[in-house]
Design a protein around this ligand. Structure first.
Ligand code: FES
Length: 175
């Protein structure tokens, strides 16, 4: 009888030991799988770096012969936010950003002026502010000719009237 009790006790101890082993084995696998999942996520994240793809500030704007003397071209205002103007001397590019608070003015051909819809600033055809709250003229952008004869506009280089930059090389294409 005592022998049978000892045997039962030993079997119970063995069961306890195995159930503990099962638990630690499961916990180990769980941790391993979690670590594997996290490292896979991290690896996948490396494949898609957080890079901001901005459009190039440089674009081609056709040939000088596409522009008429005395006219303001609105062809690129929607896509590039610029007007291209040709006068008797050459061609220049005006950035369509109001110098008050940054709205996009509209070219009013009959009134020969850019008019800002936000607070009413007005600018002459060459970009000088003459009415409304805008504190300074519109900015001009760099213009040059590509080897193929097309106009290149570089929106990363600006020319400011108030700093005397409108006469600098690159502010106007003499054609
Ligand atoms: S943003 Fe153009 S007048 Fe205010």
């Amino acid at each position: 009888m005592a022998e049978a009790k000892d045997k039962d006790k030993k079997e119970a101890e063995i069961d306890t030991i195995w159930s503990r082993r099962d638990f630690f084995s499961l916990a180990g696998w769980g941790s391993f799988m979690a670590a594997l999942g996290l490292s896979s996520l991290y690896f996948a994240r490396l494949l898609f770096p957080r890079v901001l793809f901005e459009p190039s500030p440089i674009f081609k704007a056709g040939y000088p012969s596409d522009y008429t003397v005395g006219a303001v071209s609105t062809k690129y205002i929607k896509d590039q936010r610029v007007w291209i103007v040709r006068d008797e001397e050459g061609i220049y590019v005006i950035f369509g950003l109001c110098t008050h608070l940054g709205c996009t003015p509209r070219w009013l051909n009959t009134e020969r002026k850019y008019k800002c819809p936000c607070h009413g600033s007005g600018f002459t055809q060459d970009g000088i502010n003459f009415e409304g709250p805008a504190p300074r003229p519109l900015e001009r952008l760099k213009i040059s000719l590509a080897p193929d004869g097309q106009i290149i506009v570089d929106k990363s280089k600006k020319f400011l009237y108030e700093k005397g930059q409108w006469g600098q090389p690159g502010s106007k294409l003499l054609v």
